[in-house]
Design a protein. Structure first.
Length: 134
């Protein structure tokens, strides 16, 4: 089984404020598959974090249609990881909408997807991609 590691981050300058996302995808053996940072408009930090995950899932859907892969996400937001894993409730309506989209993409993919928390210092590339987008 091919393992794909996906590091995502999102942030805003102000909360809400101008926001950006960063996505860094690397195979288990070290081959970099994607480095992407982009602005996403005016929004909150949490929406930016979820938007990065959603964009990475869209990328997976387009790039790995018939491949036998497992996808391991790494985020430095424990809140987002715990909400995606179903441990914390989501009260914000805008976040609920994004999470519903994420869960729909997960179902369409029918692949193993795991969300993991990592400290910020282990998510430097995705964080750099966010900041370089401003």
């Amino acid at each position: 089984m091919r393992r794909i590691n996906i590091f995502t981050d999102g942030g805003s300058r102000g909360n809400p404020g101008p926001a950006a996302i960063g996505i860094y995808v690397v195979e288990e053996k070290g081959e970099v598959l994607l480095k992407r940072g982009k602005q996403i408009g005016i929004t909150t930090n949490n929406v930016a974090e979820y938007s990065a995950v959603r964009e990475a899932l869209f990328w997976i859907k387009n790039e790995f249609k018939n491949n036998d892969c497992e996808f391991y996400f790494f985020l430095d937001s424990s809140l987002v990881v715990n909400q995606l894993n179903g441990f914390f409730k989501i009260k914000n309506i805008q976040l609920k909408k994004i999470i519903m989209e994420i869960k729909e993409i997960e179902r369409d993919l029918s692949k193993k997807i795991v969300y993991n928390y990592i400290p910020r210092e282990k998510n430097k590339i995705a964080d750099f991609l966010v900041n370089a987008s401003f």
